[in-house]
Write a protein that binds this ligand. Structure first.
Ligand code: SF4
Length: 482
C-alpha cells in the first residue's frame, strides 16, 4: 500500500513540474512516506531527518516533507522534534503535497495538514509507476476491522471503496501502456463492495479483469479470511488470468488467540477456506502472515498455530514476533511474554515453515513453468548467467540463459523453463529456456530503458506462443497485515 502511495506521490510531483533527482545529486525536495506498522518506525524517521539536516543547511531552499501513517499519528510533533521539516501531511490528503510544498516555500513556515478521514476514494491522482510491466491498482483504502494488534484503522480510517468503473478504467489504461500484470490492492481487499452494499463486488471485479484483453496476470493482496466467500474462490478458479496464488493472513492458529486479536474467524474456518481453494485450484500457492507471542499466547495456543501450518502446507509465510504498537488495544493487554519465549517459538515456527516450503518447492522439480521475466530479483544472476522471473503462482525462479536468449529476453517478456531444483525460497531452472514469448510489456520496458522493441513471434524450442499461461504450481507477497 505504501509503495503504491509513493508512486502516487511521485506522479503528483511530476504533474506539478518536479523532476526526479539524478543519483548522487542533492534533491530540492525530499519526501518521506512513512509506515507505522513496523517496529521502530519513529526512531528511523527521526534518525533519517537528523541525517538530512546538514544537507538542508548546506542547500538553502531544500524542502523536506513527511507523509504516511507516522505523520498521521505524530502530526505537529514532527515539526516540534525536527523544526527543519517543511511539510507534514496525513494519509487522507496525499493529493495536497504539491500545494503544501508551495505554501511552505511562500510563507516560509512549516505546513502541517492532517485530514481526519477520507470523503471519497482519490481515484484521479496520477501515479509514477516503478515498473513498466507490473502495476499496483488500489481498489480500496482503510479497514472496517479492529484487530487489536493493528494501528491501521486508527491511521487509515474506515474502508473507502473505489468505484468498479474507475478500477477497470485504470486497469485498461495500464494494459494499453503495456502492463502485463496487475495486483489489486486493499487493506482488506476482498471486503471490497461493503461501502456500496455489494457483497460479491470483489468476485465480480476479478471476473471483469478476466475480460480485459491483453491483461496476462491478475493478483490481489491482502484478503481477510472473514470475507473469503465461495464466489471469490469460484471467480479465481474460472478466470484464466487470475493467478493460482493466495496470500491469506492467518496471524494465529489458536481460536482463543484469534478471539483476543479480534479476528472474527476461527481455526476451522481458515482451514476450510484452504481446503476449498486447494480443491478448486490444486496448483495454487497459498502463503500467509503469522504473529508469534501475542499477549497471553500459551504453549498450547502456539501448538495450534504449528498444527495449522502443517495442515495448510503454506508455500511461504511472513512470520513476525509480536511487539507492542502504542495506541493499539493489545499494547494494554495483560500477559506480554518474555522475549526469550517468543524467540524460541518463533524459531520453531520458522524451522517448520522452511521445511514445508522446501518440500513444496522440491515437488515442482521437473515441471514446466511460464515465467514473467522480472527485473532486479536475483543478486547473483550476473555471475551465474541467470535471469529471474515469477511463475504463475508467484514463485521466484532463477533460470539459466545462453547469450542469445539473454540478449532477447526483457523484463515483461515470458520464458518457459523446466524446474531443476527447489530451495526453500526460490526455484532454479538450469536446463535452458524452452520458449520465449515477447510481449508489449517487454516493449514497454525496452522503451523506458532505451532498447529496441522485439519482433513478435520469436521462438526457442517448444512453441507455447500466444496463449496466457496455464496455471502452474505454487508462493507469496503481502503487507504483513490484513
Ligand atoms: S490487521 Fe488487517 S484486517 Fe485487521 S485491522 Fe489491520 S488492516 Fe484491518
Amino acid at each position: 500500500m505504501n509503495v503504491h502511495d509513493s508512486e502516487r506521490l511521485s506522479g503528483l510531483l511530476e504533474d506539478a513540474g518536479y523532476e526526479r533527482a539524478a543519483e548522487d545529486t542533492t534533491a530540492d525536495v525530499v519526501v518521506f512516506n512513512t509506515c507505522a506498522v513496523r517496529e521502530n518506525a519513529d526512531n528511523r524517521l527521526y534518525g533519517n531527518l537528523g541525517h538530512l539536516r546538514p544537507a538542508k543547511d548546506a542547500h538553502p531552499g531544500m524542502q523536506i516533507a513527511v507523509g504516511g501513517c507516522l505523520a498521521q499519528k505524530d502530526r505537529g510533533e514532527i515539526v516540534r522534534r525536527a523544526p527543519w521539516v517543511d511539510v507534514v501531511f496525513g494519509t487522507h490528503n496525499i493529493g495536497s503535497l504539491p500545494v503544501l510544498l508551495e505554501r511552505a516555500r511562500v510563507q516560509r513556515e512549516a505546513q502541517v495538514e492532517i485530514e481526519e478521514s477520507l470523503e471519497t476514494f482519490p481515484s484521479t491522482l496520477p501515479s509514477r509507476r516503478e515498473s513498466a510491466y507490473a502495476a499496483w491498482v488500489s481498489v480500496s483504502v482503510g479497514c472496517n476491522n479492529t484487530c487489536t494488534f493493528c494501528i491501521v484503522p486508527s491511521l487509515r480510517g474506515t474502508e473507502k471503496d473505489r468505484r468498479p468503473g474507475d478500477v477497470l478504467a485504470e486497469v485498461r489504461a495500464l494494459v494499453d501502456e503495456g502492463v502485463a500484470e496487475v495486483t489489486l490492492l486493499g487493506q482488506n481487499v476482498n471486503a471490497y463492495g461493503s461501502e456500496f452494499g455489494d457483497r460479491q463486488a470483489f468476485s465480480k471485479l476479478l471476473r471483469a479483469c478476466g475480460e480485459v484483453e491483453g491483461l496476462e496476470r491478475v493478483r490481489f493482496t491482502s484478503p481477510h479470511p472473514r470475507d473469503f466467500t465461495d464466489d471469490v474462490i469460484e471467480a479465481m478458479a474460472e478466470t484464466p488470468n487470475v493467478m493460482p496464488q493466495l496470500h491469506m493472513p492467518l496471524q494465529s492458529g489458536s481460536s482463543r488467540v484469534l478471539k483476543a486479536m479480534r479476528r472474527s474467524y476461527r481455526q476451522e474456518r481458515f482451514l476450510s477456506i484452504v481446503g476449498k481453494v486447494r480443491e478448486a485450484m490444486p496448483e495454487a500457492a497459498i502463503s500467509t502472515d503469522i504473529i508469534v507471542g501475542f499477549p497471553g499466547e500459551t504453549e498450547e495456543d502456539f501448538e495450534e498455530t504449528l498444527h495449522v501450518v502443517r495442515e495448510a502446507r503454506f508455500a511461504s509465510a511472513f512470520t513476525f514476533q509480536y511487539s507492542k504498537r502504542p495506541g493499539t488495544p493489545a499494547a494494554e493487554m495483560e500477559g506480554h511474554l518474555p522475549k526469550e519465549v517468543v524467540q524460541e517459538r518463533y524459531e520453531r515456527l520458522v524451522h517448520l515453515q522452511e521445511e514445508i516450503s522446501a518440500e513444496e518447492n522440491r515437488r515442482l522439480v521437473g515441471s514446466e513453468l511460464e515465467l514473467l521475466v522480472s527485473e532486479g530479483e536475483g543478486r547473483k544472476n550476473g555471475e551465474r548467467r541467470r535471469l529471474s522471473g515469477r511463475a504463475p503462482d508467484n514463485r521466484l525462479v532463477h533460470f539459466a540463459v545462453d547469450d542469445d536468449t539473454a540478449e532477447r529476453l526483457r523484463p515483461g517478456d515470458f520464458a518457459t523453463v523446466e524446474v531443476t531444483y527447489g530451495a526453500p525460497h526460490h526455484l532454479v531452472a538450469d536446463s535452458g529456456v524452452r520458449a520465449v514469448r515477447p510481449t508489449r510489456a517487454g516493449d514497454a520496458w525496452a522503451a523506458r530503458n532505451g532498447r529496441e522493441p522485439e519482433q513478435p513471434g520469436v521462438l526457442l524450442g517448444m512453441p507455447t506462443v500466444g496463449a496466457p499461461a496455464e496455471p502452474q504450481p505454487a508462493a507469496s507477497g503481502g503487507c504483513g497485515i490484513g
